[in-house]
Ligand binder design. Structure first.
Ligand code: ACO
Length: 331
């Protein structure tokens, strides 16, 4: 049986840097508060008029070059985001239009910070089934348009940044390389803990001036509960993946965690007794880019030489839903 392998990675981060001090000019916060609790120093914001699919397009171009794959070889597009261009149709359709490759199937994934891992699992299954050969998987977010830059929304506003990461996933006959295992979970009992309502489809009309006045267009989060469950589920699912792949934790070269909060990831590393250097972090520079964070971090870690061909890499995520998962790649 063929395995699926990441043939190349691409990243796009909008050029506008927004520091913690910049945010402190808009509402009551400080670099010290944000850095102490999250590790974040700055993030990137897309300019007015930039869509999620625009960021995804740039990351895709970078990934195609990196993979040495032609655009016309792509036979399926999967895009993970919680900040879609419009409510419907899916943002993958807009990305496809911008790429200029009509006809191939497009799929949107709505699994927030675990979206890239859900996409990887689906791409892997489609490739193993022999249905597709070159799948484009993108995680992209424009959070900056949907944050509440007042004291009321400051707990969430400081966390998120914009960006996109893309991977070209291909079939490989090499049994020693590629995705070895992937374990996905969700628990909808926690769906309201971190959510953006924006409208309520049970109401007629489903969006009102009142709902906007109440700030329902902004995300809401019970931060402590997210923290508490994340630090339990992430080590648990890493162990599950290791066990299933028959791999010892010591054999892992690097862990690429979703970049939600540096403190969460430090907690997870400590609870696994893993040296912190084995956990890759770039949240300091980009904040939480949700579905984009794993492909962005994976590419940066690879380019920094933190892993190379043959090394074992763990990907792990936790996010709204709650959803969580972990996978192991042999690069
Ligand atoms: N700046 C300054 N003060 C703030 C800010 C801010 N940005 N936000 C909240 N505060 C205040 C609060 O109002 C509160 O003040 P009070 O004591 O006078 O009431 C005080 O700081 C403490 O607030 P807490 O919410 O209790 O702060 P906590 O220590 O829990 O830290 C944080 C908040 C950083 C959000 C933390 O709970 C956390 O990191 N949780 C995980 C969140 C996360 O990672 N979410 C995303 C993951 S899922 C995904 O990626 C989609």
């Amino acid at each position: 049986m063929q395995r699926s392998r990441i043939l190349g990675l691409g990243v796009y981060l909008p050029p506008r840097r927004v520091t913690n001090d910049d945010l402190a000019k808009m509402f009551d916060t400080s670099d010290e508060w944000i850095n102490q609790r999250t590790g974040i120093r700055e993030r990137r914001y897309a300019e007015e008029g930039v869509f999620c699919s625009d960021l995804a397009l740039e990351a895709t171009k970078d990934a195609l070059k990196d993979a040495n794959v032609r655009l016309d070889e792509i036979d399926f597009i999967i895009l993970a985001t919680l900040s879609p261009d419009v409510h419907f149709p899916g943002t993958a359709c807009y990305l496809q239009k911008k790429l200029g490759i009509p006809g191939i199937p497009c799929l949107d994934i709505r699994q927030q910070c675990t979206g890239f891992l859900y996409g990887l699992q689906i791409a892997d299954a489609l490739i193993k089934a022999g249905m597709y050969k070159r799948i484009l998987l993108v995680g992209a977010e424009v959070h900056s348009s949907a944050l509440n830059f007042t004291n009321e929304g400051r707990d969430v506003a400081v966390l998120f940044g914009d960006g996109a990461g893309a991977a070209i996933i291909g079939a490989s006959d090499d049994q020693n390389r590629g995705l070895l295992t992937m374990h996905l979970h969700a628990d909808g009992n926690f769906a309201d803990i971190l959510m953006l309502e924006i409208f309520n489809i049970s109401k007629k009309p489903y969006i009102t001036h009142k709902s906007l006045d109440e700030g329902r267009q902004f995300p809401k989060m019970v931060g402590r509960e997210v923290f508490r469950v994340a630090v339990t589920r992430m080590p648990e699912v890493i162990q599950e993946a290791l066990q299933s792949a028959g791999v010892d934790l010591n054999e892992i070269k690097v862990v690429i965690p979703h970049q939600a909060n540096l403190r969460i990831n430090q907690f997870v590393a400590a609870s696994l007794n893993l040296p912190e250097e084995k956990f890759f972090h770039n949240i300091q520079r980009y904040g939480n880019t949700t579905a984009a964070s794993i492909p962005i971090a994976l590419k940066e870690a690879r380019d920094e030489g933190l892993f190379a061909e043959g090394d074992l890499v763990v990907l792990v995520a936790f996010g709204a839903g709650f959803t969580w998962g972990a996978g192991i790649l042999r690069w």
